[in-house]
Each structure stands twice: as C-alpha cells, then as structure tokens.
Ligand binder design. Sequence first.
Ligand code: ZN
Length: 202
Amino acid sequence: MLSDVLDFVFPAQCAVCGEAPSPICHRCVPSAGIYRSSFQGLPVWYCLEYQADIAAILKAYKDQARLSLLPCLGGLWSPALTAAVSTLSPDLITAPARNRQNYIRRGFDPVGRLFSATKMPGAKKDLRLIRFERKIKDQRKLSASERQKNVAGSMHSKPGSGSVLLIDDVMTTGATVAESIRALQSAGYEVIGICVLAKRIL
Ligand SMILES: [Zn+2]
C-alpha cells in the first residue's frame, strides 16, 4: 500500500510530539514493561498503561495508517506476549471480532499487523475465529455501561476446543474482551488469559 511505503521512505513527524522526523522520536518512545492484572478471574498481561501519549501513538498507527510504527510497537509488546505464552502454553491465540467497516476504511487490520510485528515463535494463532453477528456502534464514543450493552451478544466464534489466549491492542472497560470470552466459551473453547498492548488502569 502506498501510504505504507511513503511512511517508510519519508517518515512523518513523531506520532507523540510531532517534532523529530521519526515514527516516534527517542524522547517519546514509551517505556514498556511486563505488567500483570486480572479480569473476570483470568490473568491479564500488558506492556503499556493506556494514557494520552499511548492513545496518540495508536491513533497515528490505526487511523492514519502510520505503519512505520509497527517495529516499535511490536518490539514493546513482545516481552509481555512471550511471558503470557510461556506461562500459559495456550493451544491457540485469537483476537476479538473486528469491525469490517473499519477494515475497509483503514485498508489493514491493526491488531493482526501488530501481532505479526511481534516475535512470537511457535504460537499457533487464528485471529479470525470470532466474527460480529450484528452491527455495533463505535465503542470509543460510548460510556462503560453503553459499551457493554452495545457489544453484548454481538460476537460469534467458530466452534472448537482447547485453551485460548485472547489478545488485543487496547483494553479499557473490558466490554470487548468480556464479549469475546463469552463467544469463545459458548463455541467450546477455554479462555485461559488475556494479553493486550495497552491497558487503561481503572
Ligand atoms: Zn517525539
């Protein structure tokens, strides 16, 4: 895709401060870690706390197709993913259903591309296991309770079995993750953990 190539050849300004000509300048590279939390009794791994600078980076990546950010973001996420996979040894890695309209508008799948940019040898994945069964509104404009109502019962997973690690780029209220877990469980899978790039600390 042309914007992909152009962003590499003529990198736009830093996605956070807008100054140095680099996908993220050295001053703005977020410091990542391997953090643990829990959701519905399941272990959650993440590497960044979701705050304004992370939101700016992800907006540049997802909505402005700044694909030159991928090596940096993939590198930040890899240690947390490696920790989750080596702790849980899941049979499969999957992700929540993605909105088809967003895919058409963006021309790429942000979570799929991000996961491909991480170093995850040996982990089996099927990121297209879960699909939307009906249309939902853009979650970003909704409150926590509205998000939960909006997404509840909206997803369907291909049937199967085995243990699953659920991955996503961002976890805020957990509504999308909760609905993904429900869809996976009703399809026969056992969800054993979650790993996201950035998590909002509530
Ligand atoms: Zn910067």
